[in-house]
Design a protein around this ligand. Structure first.
Ligand code: FES
Ligand code: FES
Length: 158
């Protein structure tokens, strides 16, 4: 099907991209914009590895049609939270708590946790477990992920 030009707001930059009807946002981010921190896991909305923020809400980019995201909506990927040289506090907490094994699910975990902490700056352990419940980790890093997020339970900004 024919592609059409759209403008997306990604990590505070306006990006012009050609999008096919029904094309998932995930592939625009990875293939067209080279934002490969957003991972392809299941492709059916089950694993959370493709999570990005859209207007502050964690969304599964494999299930979001790119053409349905307006240029007025803010998309934030893991690359938009911090850089290798300047990690965000939440990214640092994941490193400090070794909250990963292979790291494949980690961008999605951090995006989901960022959305949680924006909505609820002082979550309980139970609220963290509930919020992270649908982000899957093949390496079983769940306990350390919870500990990393617990570092923010005094309202510290992620
Ligand atoms: S790749 Fe999108 S939820 Fe698994
Ligand atoms: S750290 Fe390997 S899948 Fe989660």
């Amino acid at each position: 099907m024919a592609k059409a030009w759209f403008t997306l707001n990604v990590n505070d930059k306006k990006r012009r991209v050609k999008i096919e009807p029904d094309e998932p946002l995930l592939w625009i981010l990875r293939d067209d914009l080279d934002l490969t921190g957003t991972k392809f896991g299941c492709g059916v909305g089950e694993c959370g590895s493709c999570s990005v923020l859209i207007d502050g809400i964690a969304r599964r980019s494999c299930r979001v049609q790119a053409q349905n995201v307006s240029s007025g909506q803010k998309i934030v990927t893991i690359e938009g939270l911090g850089t290798r040289e300047n990690l965000s506090p939440l990214q640092k907490a994941f490193v400090e708590h070794t909250a990963f094994g292979c790291g494949f699910c980690t961008p999605g975990m951090i995006i989901t946790a960022t959305a949680l902490l924006a909505l609820n700056p002082n979550p309980t352990r139970e609220e963290i477990i509930e919020a992270m419940d649908n982000n899957l980790c093949r390496c079983g890093s769940y306990p350390n992920v919870i500990e990393a997020i617990m570092a923010f339970t005094n309202g510290t900004k992620p």
